[in-house]
Design a protein around this ligand. Sequence first.
Ligand SMILES: Cc1ncc(COP(=O)(O)O)c(C=O)c1O
Length: 478
Amino acid sequence: MNTREPDGLLYENLANHIAGLIDRGGFRSGDRLPSLRKTCVQHGDSTATAMQAYVTLENRGLIEARPKSGFFVRSRWSDTAPEPCLTAPCCKVRTIKSRSLIGQVFEAAGRSDIIPLGAACPSAEVLPAEKLSRMLRAVDRQNARRAIMYDPPPGCEPLRRQIAKRSMEGGENLQPDEIITTVGCMEALNLSLRAVAAPGDIIAIESPTYFGVIESIRELGMRVVEIPMHPRDGMDLEALELALGRHKIAACFCTPSFNNPLGSCMPDKNRQRLVAMLAKRQIPLIEDDIYGDLHHGIVRPRTAKSYDREGLVMLCSSFTKTLAPGFRVGWVAPGRFFDRVLNLKFTNTVATATLPQLAIAEFLQNGGYDRYLRGVRVFYGEQIQRFSEAIAHSFPTKTTISRPTGGFVLWVGLPKGCDALALHEAALARNISITPGPLFSATPAYRNFIRITCAHPWSREIERAIVVLGELAKQQLG
Ligand SMILES: Cc1ncc(COP(=O)(O)O)c(C=O)c1O
């Protein structure tokens, strides 16, 4: 007897019924589904309805057609591609070597003929480009004289007011006069490092971590000690404790919300512990919160700064990942190091460009920023799912994939024997950009890891690019 619900299109009802069976384990990964004819007989539907239902399930990524064999339940990516393990502990102090590869990765990001899976840059298709452009013109018209003048540090007051207002969501309750606007998050990080450490000093960083910060530390003549990461919970605090006991660490750099490239999210109790551990030794924490607004779940994670009672946490962020990478608007709340950062900001770039700050302030106040964020969070969550499934499907067995709960990048571990640098070269020759793992460490680690950006809307071209990457990786394994 047909027990399916009577509402909706017949093929959708049938597709939902079969999807439910797959979900409850009635059909398992690799199982062959009944033939179309058998399905018609069983459910009393026409062949066209059964066919349409199977196509729907195929589009949802639940089943696949195999030539001359029929339809099969696709292996779930979570079954085939486990998470990466805790990254290898490496508590040695290192001087960082220059890495020319970063230039190559950036150059590829600017090429229009490339499938952009390399740079962690949002897609112009997803950003609110038209609205921001309208606002830019409107604030320019209304503030023509102000907009062409310097906006001296601490920077645009209306913007700092909006950032302070929003800081309640991260639990910090900042005041506008605690914030300094910067040229992107990179300047915020750079000024923070210079405010609290000098050449030769040791900075504790996550491993893997954003390569820009490694470069910044190198350029400043500082050294690093890399702290291993738990793929979901972020920095391993036991390892940090050990490093703090062994070395004289000048500052700690951490991305508690959605480390780039892992996407890990530190639990609240760890954030609290991290702040307390460092406060006990009076070590500043440079917190990078650039992905904090891009959580896939409902609740925004609290910042480590929200647990700071001593002004030791320097909270850095920007609107690069959410609104406009090209506007170069970021900010820092440097706590007790405010005056030092203010002075460094002046000597570094004098001021942040006025007009983009005004436009972003206007967007935050009247542009529906929260509504926009709600939309992109769902979008990025779905993109991560979709890319993960495709990677698990096309990449060699034993590939591992991170499980980010925010942001839009995946950290993919290839089986031993694969070489990320060679893969990067081979992929570029096929007009596909990726970011090779070794960039994310000052050590020779992550040779078989790559970062894949999932920010660009899924398309046939991206689907093909993932298949090509999988083939190239398999070729490396012989
Ligand atoms: C973790 C992290 N921090 C900082 C930055 C630099 O941000 P901005 O472009 O705002 O300077 C990036 C950019 O990719 C990043 O991923």
